[in-house]
Design a protein around this ligand. Structure first.
Ligand code: AMP
Length: 417
């Protein structure tokens, strides 16, 4: 084993997988750019206080943060998510609202690594700051849904819920707390600890021993006030109008205090249940204010790239394809001609590769085959002398032909189209 390997939970992304990553982000970009979202590229590193604002009661912030004191004595952290950074950027730059932005890039969480759970993982996401409009929530959810559709995923379930207005939610949390307190002996020790911090999070427990107490717990739907009910039916009606299937799951809660009204999750059909959330989001309030800005509502989602690609693998869609070149130049005159020809072709938008080290014709033809190129362009001493090259189809068995160098680009464009 080599002395140095990637740290636990960290991975190298190699070709052709890396090309799939780029296509993933490109597909996301195309989906949301067409809806007027612009990209924000926040730094990987922020003052730790930015992330503390997101939720001191979450593991993401309390236990999993990669934080350290830098050489300037600043307490900083690698971002565990990007919503906080986007809100910090909004406060810092004060763009006009509605501010519709998207992001893509890695986050860091010190978690126990396993399939679909890493310490460095990528997310794509959007945030809209400004409007408080349930039909915007629908737009946001729909963009996530359309993105999964573009990837070709068939087994994604959209779950939606409303967490109510802060008052509704406070009454719900109080009722929840009372219920769990009454049944505390039937909760696992882990859930008792969670209860002390945040009763909502107990609902997330996947431990079978907690299931009965959770099943009989109060339901948020019974605590929604008029505003929340109206907003939630507007969201559901909007999704129906767009023909986007969804399931109302009133156990879907997000533990952060900032969330209100609409909350949603995209669940994959093929991954282990602990890792099946491909992405999620919702409406939040107060985060911008807490970071020092004016009271500004927000709504958004984050989708995990790594986990979504695992779901693609399972469904055999959006596969990693080897990126092929169009043309392979075989040069038996020493290599300078191949250098010139590949440069000429690349400059004309033709993907071209060649062999190195002045290998034999046979060895170069083998390399041409391996490259996946559609055409070989061959140049030997005779061709070099007469200013021509031989164009030989590699796949569909057509005839080879002699072409003058000045006609080469046009001939290849015809052959390749
Ligand atoms: P969250 O920011 O926790 O709401 O997560 C949103 C999405 O990011 C999840 O649904 C996952 O797809 C992905 N995600 C979160 N944590 C990890 C991780 N440690 N490894 C891989 N993907 C993750």
């Amino acid at each position: 084993m080599p002395e140095f390997q990637t740290s636990p939970g960290m991975r190298d992304v190699l070709p052709p997988e890396s090309a799939r990553w780029r296509r993933f982000v490109r597909t996301f970009d195309e989906t949301v750019s067409a809806a007027g979202y612009g990209q924000v590229v926040p730094p990987l590193l922020e003052d730790i206080g930015v992330f503390h604002r997101v939720g001191e009661a979450t593991d993401v912030v309390t236990k999993e943060m990669y934080d350290f004191v830098d050489k300037g004595e600043r307490h900083v952290a690698l971002r565990p998510e990007q919503t906080a950074s986007v809100c910090r950027a909004f406060v810092q730059h004060r763009p006009a609202t509605p501010w519709k932005v998207w992001y893509a890039g890695p986050n860091f969480r010190y978690e126990k690594p396993q399939r679909g759970r890493y310490r460095q993982f990528d997310q794509v996401g959007i945030e809209v700051l400004g409007p408080d409009d349930p039909l915007l929530d629908v737009e946001v959810i729909a963009l996530g849904w359309r993105f999964f559709q573009r990837l070709g995923l068939q087994q994604v379930t959209l779950m939606v819920n409303s967490l109510g207005e802060p008052d509704d939610r406070a009454r719900f949390v109080a009722a929840l707390h009372a219920h769990f307190e009454t049944n505390i002996e039937r909760l696992t020790p882990e859930s008792r600890v969670t209860l002390a911090k945040n009763p909502l999070r107990v609902l997330d427990s996947k431990r079978p021993e907690d299931a009965t107490v959770i099943a009989s717990a109060p339901r948020i739907a019974d605590f929604l006030g008029e505003t929340a009910r109206r907003s939630f039916s507007a969201v559901c009606d909007g999704l129906r109008a767009l023909d986007i299937p969804f399931v109302v799951n009133d156990r879907l809660v997000r533990g952060l205090d900032y969330y209100r009204l609409t909350t949603f999750e995209f669940v994959g059909g093929t991954l282990d249940s602990a890792q099946n959330a491909l992405g999620g989001g919702g409406r939040y309030d107060g985060l911008v204010e807490d970071l020092g800005g004016p009271a500004t509502p927000g709504v958004g989602f984050a989708i995990g790239l790594d986990r979504t690609l695992l779901a693609c693998d399972d469904e055999k869609v959006f596969t990693a394809d080897v990126e092929r070149v169009d043309v392979f130049v075989v040069d038996t005159t020493g290599g300078l001609n191949a250098l010139l020809l590949t440069d000429q072709l690349r400059e004309n938008g033709i993907r071209a590769d060649r062999a190195y080290e002045n290998r034999s014709m046979k060895s170069q033809m083998k390399a041409a085959d391996r490259s996946g190129a559609v055409v070989a362009v061959i140049i030997g001493p005779d061709e070099a002398e007469s200013g021509t090259v031989v164009v030989r189809p590699l796949r569909d068995g057509g005839e080879q032909s002699s072409v003058s160098r000045s006609d080469l680009t046009n001939t290849l464009k015809r052959v390749l189209s």
